[in-house]
Write a protein that binds this ligand. Sequence first.
Ligand SMILES: *[C@@H]1O[C@H](CO)[C@@H](O)[C@H](O)[C@H]1NC(C)=O
Ligand SMILES: *[C@@H]1O[C@H](CO)[C@@H](O)[C@H](O)[C@H]1NC(C)=O
Ligand SMILES: *[C@@H]1O[C@H](CO)[C@@H](O)[C@H](O)[C@H]1NC(C)=O
Ligand SMILES: *[C@@H]1O[C@H](CO)[C@@H](O)[C@H](O)[C@H]1NC(C)=O
Ligand SMILES: *[C@@H]1O[C@H](CO)[C@@H](O)[C@H](O)[C@H]1NC(C)=O
Length: 772
Amino acid sequence: MTYFYFYLHLFLLSLFFSIHTTHQLQFSQTQVLLQLRKYLQYPTSLQIFQNYNAHLCTLTPSQHLSIKCEDNSVTELKIMGDKTNKHGKVSSFNGIAVPNQTLSKTFSIDSFVTTLTRLTSLRVLSLVSLGIWGPLPDKIHRLTLLQVLDLSSNFLFGSIPPKIATFMNLQILTLDGNYFNTTMPDFFEPLSSLSILSFKNNQLKGSFPFSLCKIKNLTHVSFSHNELSGALPNLTVLSRLHVLDLMENRFDSELPLMPKSLVTVLLSKNSFSGEIPIQFGQLSQLQNLDLSSNRLSGVPPSLLFSLTNISYLNLANNVLSGSIPKKLKCGSKLGFVDISGNMLSGLLPSCLESISDRRVVRFGGNCLSVHSQPQDQNQKHGSYCEESSSGKMKFWRWEIDAAIAIILVVFLLLLAFGVFFYRKYHSREIYRHEMLPKIVQDNNNSTTGVSSELLASARYISQKMKLGTQTSTTCRHFSIQELKEITRNFDLSAYIGEGSIGKLYKGKLENGSYVMIRSLALRKKFSIQNLKARLDLLSKLHHPNLVSLLGHCIDGRGKDGISPQKLHLVYEYVQNGDYRTHLSEISLDKALKWSDRLAILIGVAKAVHFLHTGMKPGCSRNQLKTNNILLDEHRFPKLSDYGMSIIAEEIENIEVNGEKLKYCLREELEDDVYNFGFLLFESLAGPIASEKGEAFFLNERASFDSHDGRIRIVDPVVLTSCGQESLSIVISITIKCISPQSSSRPSFEDVLWNLQYAAQVQASADAEHYIF
Ligand SMILES: *[C@@H]1O[C@H](CO)[C@@H](O)[C@H](O)[C@H]1NC(C)=O
Ligand SMILES: *[C@@H]1O[C@H](CO)[C@@H](O)[C@H](O)[C@H]1NC(C)=O
Ligand SMILES: *[C@@H]1O[C@H](CO)[C@@H](O)[C@H](O)[C@H]1NC(C)=O
Ligand SMILES: *[C@@H]1O[C@H](CO)[C@@H](O)[C@H](O)[C@H]1NC(C)=O
Ligand SMILES: *[C@@H]1O[C@H](CO)[C@@H](O)[C@H](O)[C@H]1NC(C)=O
């Protein structure tokens, strides 16, 4: 009897569906979708199924779910979950379920894929960050019509099934961020339509698949972060290849010839040897080339620097030697060059010396001589580079380094003794002077350096270009007359507002450029020498994401005729308003999209990281607030109000948040992490959030956990422009930063890493949208 009712029910249902034809799914297809939801253990992205049941094809596509149908069958299924698998973070994964990371033990990938293959019309399948774990079954090949297969950021391991080669129409195959750990397959020849192939962040071994050379339509090949070794084939036949990303593998051949179509080539952190082929200088489309951390030798081809489109060129940490021709020409778009950590000698070509045209050049750790650069970025003695052509030298390098280290240690010990005795006999004033923070020598991997991982996406290239160094004017002394002139005697019309500390004015210098002036009251009793030393230090903090201090003026109109009363700090003027104003923008075309916000946050995080690590002890309490982040015309962020703790002792009345500013102390660095948490929160929820402070955040924190909650709290502009995975990463780091216990807050490095990761995830989500 029950069977009868069941079938009657089925019959009625199917009758119902056949009437509503246009967007209706076959009953069986709906059943499959509902079953998949069960297999995936009811992910939040599929909660919406509860209400829609039969109308699944009519759901508006979102970042975390998109279903398209044709002729009553599902042709496209994209689900993005929130089980992010940040590669390397789940080190405990060894093939069995991990609580809260993967789907539970009861998940069977075999049954899941069997059910999936009943959606026989599927052309696009994307299942990302769903915690799917297990070896990928070969029977996936039953989805013969597939054009796009993306299973990124799951816990798939074992081998990539050979029958994937039977997908005749496959155009995009992405298996990034899984645990595939056998030999790289070499069965790609039949996949003649393939254009994008990406296996980043797995543990694939073996050699580069030579069968790829048969696929003329390839545009992207990304195998970074695997364990591939051996040689690369002659790739010139791949005449449409745009992106070749093989970073962090173990390739150890010479560099092959490359197709002229390449735009981005990332080969860093391998063991490539030999010379850089002259042919690289003919890759006319090339924009980004990263060959750093290999064993490349010889003189780099001059034409490489002058390519019309090149903007990012990283040759650091190889054994390149000889001298670069003095008359070297640099391409007009070249914004970042790193040749540091090689054995180059001779004169640094003038186009790499110029510091005026917004080009970052790193050349430390060579034996170069430099004409006009104020600092030589740590050049070594000529003898270090002489024997360079023989491989021997590389071998000796660490021994030389060790010897230098020993000499340094002995020297430092002697120095320590000296200082000890010196201090004993000198006054406290001088002692304080010695306690000044010291600028850390800017070595190869400075924070302004750019992670080339971000480069695979074109979005970051323009940002790279903007990372030019500021013209390094030495801290200038302004007279009070001069400042009065340019601000019309500190007139109200020149007044911009109240900074976190001091009053802000805008002025126009004689040469026509604008400056921002911060006026502070000084304490009566302090030493001018000490203050000047501190100002000098402050002006030496150069970072593209810091508003540069151009000069100062100590205004000595004290009543006793000795003590000055006011300090005016003169900064570069950043013209496009502050971040908070931009966050308050309502008009949709001007409002900052999620990816814009991420780019700004990453810039600020780099600046803060620099303040923490660029001098010793690191400088904390940098007044991290959205209105202290200024944007230039390209929305490139610059932090103002930083480093005030350096001159804190000399300034009056700088009570901030009820606490007096203190010295830079290591324990206080996390205070910046906490405040950065609010920058993140504001970026997520809009500026209203910040005014209500910690209590409001703690109250609303739970909203982030649910879909509905997110819709309520997250700024609509963010919601419509973000990928779910990227958003989740930032939410989780925000919650950690604002943790009430300082011990459970993350390190700043961790914050920066997560933001860069979120940006990367967002960029690939955007790229995917762009393709379809
Ligand atoms: C691949 O990883 C799985 C799960 O961690 C493990 O059981 C298997 O032995 C690994 N296989 C190889 C070839 O390393
Ligand atoms: C998994 O998450 C739940 C709720 O979020 C939590 O109660 C539980 O302790 C977590 N388990 C592990 C092993 O982290
Ligand atoms: C290669 O790409 C072109 C243009 O995108 C397309 O017309 C052609 O059919 C593709 N070739 C193969 C074998 O799929
Ligand atoms: C690389 O391949 C191209 C095109 O097939 C060929 O013309 C060239 O001679 C090859 N170069 C080398 C060094 O094998
Ligand atoms: C490279 O530069 C040329 C000439 O400026 C331009 O036509 C071409 O579009 C550029 N290529 C890319 C990939 O931007």
